[in-house]
Ligand binder design. Structure first.
Ligand SMILES: Cc1cc2nc3c(=O)[nH]c(=O)nc-3n(C[C@H](O)[C@H](O)[C@H](O)COP(=O)(O)O)c2cc1C
Length: 358
């Protein structure tokens, strides 16, 4: 039993959002104490280089945990290959009314309807400049303010602000908790939206003399036809990666927890199969031409490996950390390295999409 498992019953007695804020503050103010027991080994067969970024592990921290880039010093030390911070919006905003974060303990899941609560781009930029080191991969996840009508203006502003400092930028149009946000994924809006963003990104590439990859994060609640269309538009606009997926607004029949019908996005173990199905579809539709990042319900190395075999080059985790603590990252790395070796691969990249190979 590890340190986190001993304290988890106590932590789970606290309100979920209060516990989250406590964790962020602990990681922010005591980064070395928080990571003092961390074993952070390097596994050669897990290393990949994509867009000149050296990923020491394919396992990343998903967006939404460190919304204001306050805890990156600590997060970087848990063994992640990359850490995604945000979602940040141009202006600070409070988000939805509380309570808005719920544990579904029996289902090892979470429902949130936070609504992009964050301290805004100015504070975020300051935190990034104080905490980001050059060698670690930090992705910045951007979104729109609740009251912004012309969504693209917010994304352009954030792209300009963070293009120079981010290792990559994730365009988040898939949170279920900002009204009409997911409509940007629709065919009639997406092409214009992405082509405008990519045009700006090309300008910024020249200005900064640096290419910052642009990732797009999609919802799992898309019809097959919608997935196909998004894949085609992403290919056309040369999006660098697709993150599959955000939380789901669907509710599997078999959820046991009393919080199961709370409104919001469901994450954790019940999302695993659904996000894998969408991942497989995108791998087929993009014919391996776009890097895919698999997210949803990962609790161990087997789950991470399953996503890689479905077509993901990289994976991310969030809810699994709430149930198991950050120590699980090193365990996933170690076990994943063993799985790759057992299958006779020299490097994890050889396993990408093998479940779908004809
Ligand atoms: C409390 C909470 C807040 C989240 N906030 C964000 C967010 O701000 N931006 C985002 O792109 N995804 C957000 N997510 C979604 C996660 O990044 C991830 O896509 C999703 O939780 C599925 O992964 P998991 O099952 O490992 O948690 C949030 C998830 C949770 C649980």
């Amino acid at each position: 039993m590890n340190f986190y498992q001993i304290f988890r019953p106590l932590i789970f007695k606290l309100d979920a959002e209060f516990a989250h804020n406590l964790a962020i503050n602990f990681l922010k103010y005591f980064p070395n104490l928080a990571t003092s027991c961390t074993i952070n080994k390097k596994y050669k067969n897990l290393q990949q280089t994509l867009w000149s970024l050296d990923f020491k592990s394919p396992v990343g921290m998903a967006a939404g945990f460190d919304k204001n880039a306050e805890a990156i010093k600590a997060l970087q030390q848990f063994g992640f290959g990359f850490v995604e911070v945000g979602t940040v919006t141009p202006k600070a905003q409070k988000g939805n009314d509380k309570p808005r974060l719920f544990r579904l303990q029996e289902d090892r899941a979470i429902i949130n309807r936070l609504g992009f609560n964050n301290k805004g781009a100015e504070v975020f930029a300051k935190n990034i400049s104080q905490n980001k080191t050059l060698k670690e991969i930090i992705g910045i996840n951007i979104g729109k303010n609740k009251d912004t009508e012309n969504a693209i203006s917010d994304y352009i502003l954030l792209l300009e602000k963070f293009y120079g400092s981010a290792s990559y930028i994730t365009v988040n149009i898939s949170s279920p908790n900002t009204k009409n946000l997911r409509d940007l994924q629709k065919e009639d809006q997406l092409d214009l939206f992405l082509s405008t963003l990519i045009l700006k990104a090309r300008e910024l590439e020249k200005l900064h003399n640096k290419k910052t990859p642009i990732w797009l994060k999609v919802a799992p609640d898309l019809t097959l036809e919608e997935q196909k269309t998004i894949a085609q538009i992403a290919l056309k606009n040369k999006i660098d990666a697709l993150i599959i997926s955000n939380t789901t607004i669907s509710r599997p029949q078999n959820l046991k927890s009393k919080n199961a019908q709370e409104v919001g996005g469901l994450s954790g173990e019940p999302l695993f199969e659904k996000s894998n199905e969408v991942l497989k579809n995108f791998y087929k539709f993009t014919e391996g031409q776009i890097v895919l990042v698999g997210v949803g319900g990962i609790k161990n190395a087997q789950d991470a490996y399953a996503k890689i075999k479905c077509g993901a080059s990289l994976v991310q985790i969030y809810s699994g950390l709430i149930y198991q603590g950050f120590g699980v990252v090193e365990k996933i790395n170690r076990d994943l390295s063993e799985l790759v070796e057992k299958d006779g691969f020299k490097n994890i990249s050889q396993a990408i999409g093998i479940d779908l190979a004809a």
